[in-house]
Design a protein around this ligand. Structure first.
Ligand code: PLP
Ligand code: COI
Length: 341
Protein backbone atom coordinates (compact mmCIF):
# COMPACT_ATOMS: atom_id res chain seq x y z
CA UNK A 1 0.00 0.00 0.00
CA UNK A 2 1.25 3.43 -0.99
CA UNK A 3 1.60 5.70 2.07
CA UNK A 4 0.46 9.34 1.84
CA UNK A 5 3.00 12.00 0.99
CA UNK A 6 3.52 13.36 4.52
CA UNK A 7 6.79 14.42 6.16
CA UNK A 8 6.26 11.91 8.94
CA UNK A 9 9.25 13.03 10.97
CA UNK A 10 8.11 16.66 11.05
CA UNK A 11 4.46 16.54 12.09
CA UNK A 12 3.32 17.81 15.48
CA UNK A 13 0.09 17.14 17.36
CA UNK A 14 -2.41 18.70 14.98
CA UNK A 15 -5.38 17.83 12.80
CA UNK A 16 -4.72 16.49 9.33
CA UNK A 17 -7.85 15.38 7.52
CA UNK A 18 -7.70 11.72 6.51
CA UNK A 19 -9.86 9.87 3.99
CA UNK A 20 -12.55 8.04 5.95
CA UNK A 21 -14.40 8.42 9.24
CA UNK A 22 -16.86 6.13 11.03
CA UNK A 23 -20.39 7.32 11.88
CA UNK A 24 -23.20 5.67 13.79
CA UNK A 25 -26.49 7.35 14.73
CA UNK A 26 -28.75 6.80 17.70
CA UNK A 27 -32.39 7.54 16.77
CA UNK A 28 -35.73 6.40 18.14
CA UNK A 29 -34.03 4.60 21.01
CA UNK A 30 -31.43 2.54 19.18
CA UNK A 31 -28.06 2.73 17.40
CA UNK A 32 -28.07 2.07 13.67
CA UNK A 33 -25.56 -0.20 11.89
CA UNK A 34 -22.94 2.48 11.40
CA UNK A 35 -20.28 2.64 8.72
CA UNK A 36 -17.58 4.62 7.00
CA UNK A 37 -18.17 7.91 5.20
CA UNK A 38 -15.98 10.47 3.46
CA UNK A 39 -17.63 13.73 4.50
CA UNK A 40 -15.74 15.29 7.42
CA UNK A 41 -18.38 17.97 8.07
CA UNK A 42 -21.32 17.62 10.43
CA UNK A 43 -24.65 19.39 9.96
CA UNK A 44 -26.88 19.62 13.02
CA UNK A 45 -29.64 21.67 14.63
CA UNK A 46 -28.69 25.04 16.06
CA UNK A 47 -30.26 23.74 19.25
CA UNK A 48 -28.36 20.40 19.41
CA UNK A 49 -27.65 19.15 22.92
CA UNK A 50 -23.92 19.33 22.36
CA UNK A 51 -24.05 22.97 21.27
CA UNK A 52 -26.28 24.14 24.11
CA UNK A 53 -25.28 22.03 27.10
CA UNK A 54 -21.98 20.43 26.02
CA UNK A 55 -23.30 16.89 26.02
CA UNK A 56 -20.23 15.21 24.57
CA UNK A 57 -17.71 12.55 25.55
CA UNK A 58 -14.64 11.36 23.68
CA UNK A 59 -11.69 9.01 23.65
CA UNK A 60 -8.16 8.99 22.33
CA UNK A 61 -5.97 6.07 21.27
CA UNK A 62 -3.31 5.43 18.67
CA UNK A 63 -2.50 3.05 15.82
CA UNK A 64 1.17 2.14 15.42
CA UNK A 65 3.23 0.55 12.69
CA UNK A 66 5.26 -2.20 14.33
CA UNK A 67 8.85 -3.01 13.55
CA UNK A 68 7.73 -5.93 11.36
CA UNK A 69 5.27 -3.78 9.41
CA UNK A 70 1.90 -4.56 10.98
CA UNK A 71 -0.62 -1.93 12.01
CA UNK A 72 -1.77 -2.38 15.61
CA UNK A 73 -3.57 -0.41 18.27
CA UNK A 74 -3.13 -0.45 22.02
CA UNK A 75 -5.80 -1.71 24.41
CA UNK A 76 -8.83 -0.33 22.53
CA UNK A 77 -11.10 -2.39 24.79
CA UNK A 78 -10.18 -0.08 27.68
CA UNK A 79 -11.13 2.98 25.65
CA UNK A 80 -14.44 1.27 24.87
CA UNK A 81 -15.02 0.65 28.59
CA UNK A 82 -14.13 4.20 29.55
CA UNK A 83 -16.36 5.73 26.89
CA UNK A 84 -19.19 3.50 28.08
CA UNK A 85 -18.78 4.91 31.59
CA UNK A 86 -18.38 8.48 30.35
CA UNK A 87 -21.64 8.20 28.39
CA UNK A 88 -23.59 6.84 31.36
CA UNK A 89 -22.40 9.76 33.53
CA UNK A 90 -23.74 12.29 30.99
CA UNK A 91 -27.05 10.43 30.43
CA UNK A 92 -26.08 9.35 26.92
CA UNK A 93 -26.89 5.92 25.47
CA UNK A 94 -23.62 3.98 25.86
CA UNK A 95 -22.04 2.64 22.69
CA UNK A 96 -21.61 -1.12 22.51
CA UNK A 97 -18.04 -1.98 23.51
CA UNK A 98 -17.40 -4.68 20.94
CA UNK A 99 -18.86 -2.50 18.22
CA UNK A 100 -16.53 0.30 19.39
CA UNK A 101 -13.45 -1.89 18.92
CA UNK A 102 -14.75 -3.11 15.55
CA UNK A 103 -15.31 0.49 14.44
CA UNK A 104 -11.76 1.42 15.46
CA UNK A 105 -10.43 -1.47 13.37
CA UNK A 106 -12.59 -0.46 10.37
CA UNK A 107 -11.63 3.19 10.40
CA UNK A 108 -7.90 2.50 10.86
CA UNK A 109 -7.95 -0.05 8.02
CA UNK A 110 -9.67 2.47 5.79
CA UNK A 111 -6.97 5.05 6.59
CA UNK A 112 -4.01 2.66 6.53
CA UNK A 113 -2.16 4.92 4.10
CA UNK A 114 -2.18 7.58 6.83
CA UNK A 115 -0.62 5.38 9.52
CA UNK A 116 2.95 6.70 9.85
CA UNK A 117 5.59 4.11 8.92
CA UNK A 118 7.76 2.61 11.67
CA UNK A 119 10.68 4.66 12.89
CA UNK A 120 9.49 8.27 12.55
CA UNK A 121 8.17 8.74 16.08
CA UNK A 122 4.73 9.41 14.60
CA UNK A 123 1.45 7.51 15.00
CA UNK A 124 -2.15 7.66 13.84
CA UNK A 125 -4.23 9.28 16.56
CA UNK A 126 -7.76 7.88 16.76
CA UNK A 127 -10.49 10.10 18.17
CA UNK A 128 -13.82 8.39 18.98
CA UNK A 129 -16.47 10.83 20.20
CA UNK A 130 -20.16 10.99 20.84
CA UNK A 131 -22.55 13.90 21.23
CA UNK A 132 -26.19 14.91 21.64
CA UNK A 133 -27.39 15.92 18.19
CA UNK A 134 -31.13 16.55 18.58
CA UNK A 135 -32.57 19.87 19.85
CA UNK A 136 -32.82 20.51 23.59
CA UNK A 137 -33.69 23.80 25.18
CA UNK A 138 -34.86 22.82 28.66
CA UNK A 139 -31.93 21.36 30.57
CA UNK A 140 -32.22 17.66 29.80
CA UNK A 141 -30.44 14.99 27.77
CA UNK A 142 -30.89 14.96 23.98
CA UNK A 143 -33.04 12.24 22.40
CA UNK A 144 -30.67 11.50 19.51
CA UNK A 145 -26.87 11.04 19.41
CA UNK A 146 -24.08 10.58 16.97
CA UNK A 147 -20.97 8.45 17.54
CA UNK A 148 -18.02 9.13 15.26
CA UNK A 149 -14.37 8.23 14.91
CA UNK A 150 -11.85 10.20 12.92
CA UNK A 151 -8.11 9.67 12.65
CA UNK A 152 -5.20 12.04 12.18
CA UNK A 153 -1.45 11.39 11.99
CA UNK A 154 0.44 12.98 14.90
CA UNK A 155 3.92 13.49 16.28
CA UNK A 156 4.92 14.56 19.79
CA UNK A 157 2.28 16.31 21.91
CA UNK A 158 4.65 18.79 23.54
CA UNK A 159 6.76 21.07 21.36
CA UNK A 160 10.39 20.04 21.58
CA UNK A 161 9.53 16.32 21.68
CA UNK A 162 11.26 14.56 24.55
CA UNK A 163 12.76 17.73 26.10
CA UNK A 164 11.75 18.14 29.77
CA UNK A 165 9.01 20.74 30.15
CA UNK A 166 8.11 23.37 32.73
CA UNK A 167 4.58 23.42 34.12
CA UNK A 168 2.77 25.59 36.67
CA UNK A 169 0.33 25.07 39.51
CA UNK A 170 -2.99 26.32 38.21
CA UNK A 171 -5.07 28.81 40.16
CA UNK A 172 -8.10 27.25 38.54
CA UNK A 173 -9.61 23.91 39.50
CA UNK A 174 -10.23 21.14 37.01
CA UNK A 175 -12.66 18.75 38.61
CA UNK A 176 -14.77 18.88 41.74
CA UNK A 177 -15.08 15.98 44.18
CA UNK A 178 -17.98 13.88 42.90
CA UNK A 179 -17.85 15.86 39.63
CA UNK A 180 -16.83 14.67 36.16
CA UNK A 181 -13.03 14.54 36.46
CA UNK A 182 -12.99 10.75 36.18
CA UNK A 183 -14.72 10.68 32.79
CA UNK A 184 -13.60 11.95 29.42
CA UNK A 185 -16.15 14.68 28.80
CA UNK A 186 -15.56 17.67 26.53
CA UNK A 187 -16.69 19.97 29.33
CA UNK A 188 -13.57 19.08 31.39
CA UNK A 189 -11.43 20.46 28.58
CA UNK A 190 -13.57 23.54 27.84
CA UNK A 191 -13.06 24.74 31.40
CA UNK A 192 -9.30 24.18 31.12
CA UNK A 193 -8.84 26.39 28.05
CA UNK A 194 -8.48 29.68 29.90
CA UNK A 195 -5.96 28.05 32.25
CA UNK A 196 -3.91 26.54 29.40
CA UNK A 197 -3.84 29.79 27.42
CA UNK A 198 -2.72 31.60 30.60
CA UNK A 199 0.00 28.99 31.21
CA UNK A 200 1.24 29.15 27.61
CA UNK A 201 1.35 32.97 27.72
CA UNK A 202 3.51 32.72 30.82
CA UNK A 203 5.88 30.25 29.11
CA UNK A 204 4.64 26.98 30.65
CA UNK A 205 3.70 23.89 28.68
CA UNK A 206 0.87 22.74 30.97
CA UNK A 207 -0.93 23.23 34.28
CA UNK A 208 -0.82 20.85 37.18
CA UNK A 209 -4.19 20.91 38.93
CA UNK A 210 -4.64 20.44 42.66
CA UNK A 211 -7.56 18.81 44.41
CA UNK A 212 -10.23 21.54 44.66
CA UNK A 213 -11.38 20.59 48.17
CA UNK A 214 -8.06 21.27 49.93
CA UNK A 215 -5.71 22.49 47.16
CA UNK A 216 -2.92 20.46 48.76
CA UNK A 217 -2.86 17.30 46.63
CA UNK A 218 -1.63 16.65 43.09
CA UNK A 219 -4.40 15.70 40.65
CA UNK A 220 -3.26 15.74 37.02
CA UNK A 221 -2.58 18.09 34.14
CA UNK A 222 -5.09 19.22 31.52
CA UNK A 223 -4.33 16.28 29.23
CA UNK A 224 -2.33 13.68 31.14
CA UNK A 225 -1.92 11.92 34.50
CA UNK A 226 1.17 12.59 36.61
CA UNK A 227 3.69 10.01 37.88
CA UNK A 228 6.73 10.45 40.12
CA UNK A 229 9.94 8.59 40.90
CA UNK A 230 11.28 8.78 44.44
CA UNK A 231 14.90 8.80 45.65
CA UNK A 232 14.91 4.97 45.83
CA UNK A 233 13.81 4.62 42.21
CA UNK A 234 10.24 3.60 43.14
CA UNK A 235 7.21 4.81 41.23
CA UNK A 236 4.67 6.96 43.12
CA UNK A 237 1.32 7.43 41.41
CA UNK A 238 -1.28 9.98 42.59
CA UNK A 239 -4.60 8.44 43.51
CA UNK A 240 -7.83 10.45 43.36
CA UNK A 241 -11.45 9.86 42.41
CA UNK A 242 -11.49 13.00 40.30
CA UNK A 243 -8.69 12.23 37.83
CA UNK A 244 -9.11 10.43 34.52
CA UNK A 245 -8.28 6.71 34.80
CA UNK A 246 -5.48 6.91 32.22
CA UNK A 247 -4.93 3.73 30.24
CA UNK A 248 -1.28 4.69 29.78
CA UNK A 249 -0.83 5.14 33.52
CA UNK A 250 -2.48 1.79 34.30
CA UNK A 251 -0.22 0.17 31.70
CA UNK A 252 2.88 1.84 33.15
CA UNK A 253 2.01 0.55 36.62
CA UNK A 254 1.73 -2.98 35.21
CA UNK A 255 4.96 -2.66 33.23
CA UNK A 256 6.82 -1.28 36.27
CA UNK A 257 5.69 -4.16 38.46
CA UNK A 258 5.76 -7.04 36.00
CA UNK A 259 8.49 -6.19 33.50
CA UNK A 260 10.92 -4.02 35.44
CA UNK A 261 10.54 -5.03 39.09
CA UNK A 262 9.94 -1.41 40.12
CA UNK A 263 7.96 -0.92 43.31
CA UNK A 264 4.77 1.11 42.76
CA UNK A 265 2.78 2.99 45.38
CA UNK A 266 -0.58 4.47 44.41
CA UNK A 267 -1.59 7.02 47.02
CA UNK A 268 -2.51 10.64 47.59
CA UNK A 269 0.48 12.85 46.76
CA UNK A 270 0.87 16.21 48.49
CA UNK A 271 2.17 19.21 46.59
CA UNK A 272 4.39 19.90 49.62
CA UNK A 273 6.27 16.59 49.15
CA UNK A 274 6.91 16.58 45.41
CA UNK A 275 10.26 18.36 45.90
CA UNK A 276 11.49 15.03 47.34
CA UNK A 277 10.96 13.22 44.04
CA UNK A 278 13.72 12.87 41.45
CA UNK A 279 11.59 12.49 38.33
CA UNK A 280 8.12 13.58 37.27
CA UNK A 281 6.38 12.39 34.14
CA UNK A 282 3.12 13.19 32.38
CA UNK A 283 1.51 10.13 30.91
CA UNK A 284 -1.26 9.64 28.41
CA UNK A 285 -1.97 8.56 24.86
CA UNK A 286 -0.94 11.94 23.46
CA UNK A 287 1.80 12.67 26.03
CA UNK A 288 3.14 9.06 26.09
CA UNK A 289 5.60 9.75 28.96
CA UNK A 290 6.77 13.37 28.89
CA UNK A 291 9.37 14.43 31.45
CA UNK A 292 8.77 17.48 33.66
CA UNK A 293 11.87 19.48 34.61
CA UNK A 294 10.11 21.80 37.07
CA UNK A 295 6.85 23.01 38.54
CA UNK A 296 6.33 26.67 39.33
CA UNK A 297 4.12 26.97 42.39
CA UNK A 298 3.57 30.71 42.69
CA UNK A 299 7.28 31.48 42.22
CA UNK A 300 8.39 28.57 44.38
CA UNK A 301 10.27 26.42 41.85
CA UNK A 302 10.17 22.67 42.41
CA UNK A 303 12.86 20.97 40.29
CA UNK A 304 13.16 17.28 39.46
CA UNK A 305 16.88 16.57 39.72
CA UNK A 306 17.08 13.65 37.27
CA UNK A 307 14.90 15.31 34.62
CA UNK A 308 16.88 18.47 34.04
CA UNK A 309 18.58 17.70 30.74
CA UNK A 310 16.59 14.70 29.55
CA UNK A 311 14.12 12.16 30.85
CA UNK A 312 15.43 10.53 34.06
CA UNK A 313 16.59 6.89 34.08
CA UNK A 314 13.50 5.31 35.62
CA UNK A 315 11.04 7.13 33.35
CA UNK A 316 13.29 6.24 30.41
CA UNK A 317 13.10 2.53 31.27
CA UNK A 318 9.31 2.76 31.56
CA UNK A 319 9.12 4.70 28.29
CA UNK A 320 11.32 2.21 26.42
CA UNK A 321 9.34 -0.76 27.69
CA UNK A 322 5.91 0.77 27.06
CA UNK A 323 6.73 2.00 23.56
CA UNK A 324 8.59 -1.27 22.90
CA UNK A 325 5.35 -3.12 23.62
CA UNK A 326 3.31 -0.71 21.49
CA UNK A 327 5.69 -0.94 18.53
CA UNK A 328 6.07 -4.71 18.73
CA UNK A 329 9.71 -4.81 19.89
CA UNK A 330 8.80 -6.31 23.28
CA UNK A 331 6.26 -9.05 23.87
CA UNK A 332 2.99 -7.58 25.09
CA UNK A 333 0.83 -8.93 27.90
CA UNK A 334 -2.07 -11.01 26.62
CA UNK A 335 -4.75 -8.86 24.97
CA UNK A 336 -2.88 -5.54 24.96
CA UNK A 337 -2.15 -5.29 21.26
CA UNK A 338 -4.92 -5.49 18.69
CA UNK A 339 -3.54 -6.36 15.28
CA UNK A 340 -5.41 -4.46 12.59
CA UNK A 341 -3.56 -5.70 9.53
N1 PLP B 1 -5.81 12.77 31.86
C1 PLP B 1 -6.43 13.57 30.99
C2 PLP B 1 -7.11 14.78 31.50
C3 PLP B 1 -6.45 13.25 29.62
O1 PLP B 1 -7.05 14.03 28.73
C4 PLP B 1 -5.79 12.08 29.18
C5 PLP B 1 -5.82 11.68 27.79
O2 PLP B 1 -6.51 10.83 27.36
C6 PLP B 1 -5.15 11.29 30.14
C7 PLP B 1 -5.17 11.66 31.47
C8 PLP B 1 -4.43 10.05 29.74
O3 PLP B 1 -5.31 8.99 29.50
P1 PLP B 1 -4.91 7.82 28.52
O4 PLP B 1 -3.64 7.28 29.01
O5 PLP B 1 -6.01 6.85 28.64
O6 PLP B 1 -4.79 8.43 27.17
C1 COI C 1 -5.21 11.85 24.75
O1 COI C 1 -4.09 11.70 25.25
O2 COI C 1 -5.70 11.01 23.99
C2 COI C 1 -6.03 13.01 25.06
O3 COI C 1 -7.19 12.96 24.83
C3 COI C 1 -5.40 14.19 25.63
C4 COI C 1 -5.61 15.41 24.84
C5 COI C 1 -4.95 16.50 25.58
C6 COI C 1 -5.08 15.33 23.45
Amino acid sequence: MQKKDVKWGEIGFGYIKTDKRYVCNYRNGSWDRGGLIEDADIVMSECAGVLQYSQSVFEGLKAYTTEDGHIVCFRPDLNADRMYNSALRLEMPPFDREKFVQAVVEVVKANAAWVPPYGYGATLYIRPYMFGISPVIGVKPADDYQFRIFTTPVGAYFKGGAKPIAIKVSDFDRAAPRGTGNIKAGLNYAMSLHAIVTAHNEGYSENIYLDPATRTKIEETGGANAIFVDADGNLVVPKSDSILPSITRRSIVYVAQNYLGIKVTEREVLLSEVGNFREMGLCGTAAVISPVARINDHDNIISFADNQVKMGPVLQKLYDTLTGIQMGRIEAPEGWVKVIE
